[in-house]
Design a protein. Structure first.
Length: 120
């Protein structure tokens, strides 16, 4: 009986994690109206100021945390951004909080400590 309950809890947890990721797949806009396009294959395309300046990053989601791998930092090493992620009850906003300010970023974008994204 205990094995059945443990198996059920694990399945519910795994399905919940998958559905959370599925909820963010698509195009979102930040406060600067730049597009964040989350793909189902762990790729994030970020429109950095114009449609001609699109950067691609790898991202992952575990529990309520999103990690974005931004590539090599200004001083060497890889810049990694970690956010606590939540979604509004209507599913139209993503809140990214608890990150760090990464040198070279201003106002909005994956290098900022907080972002609010609106479904496009």
């Amino acid at each position: 009986m205990k094995k059945i309950i443990v198996s059920f809890v694990l399945i519910v947890f795994l399905l919940g994690s998958c559905s959370f990721k599925q909820k963010i797949v698509g195009t979102w806009r930040d406060e600067e109206n730049n597009a964040w396009v989350f793909g189902s294959s762990d790729k994030l395309k970020y429109e950095n100021g114009s449609p001609n300046s699109i950067k691609e990053y790898k991202y992952s989601i575990t529990d309520n945390e999103m990690t974005i791998y931004l590539g090599e930092g200004l001083f060497g090493g890889e810049d990694i951004q970690k956010y606590n992620i939540s979604i509004s009850s209507d599913g139209k906003k993503i809140f990214l909080r608890g990150g760090k300010k990464i040198i070279g970023w201003s106002d909005a974008g994956p290098g900022m400590p907080e972002n609010q994204l609106i479904k496009w």
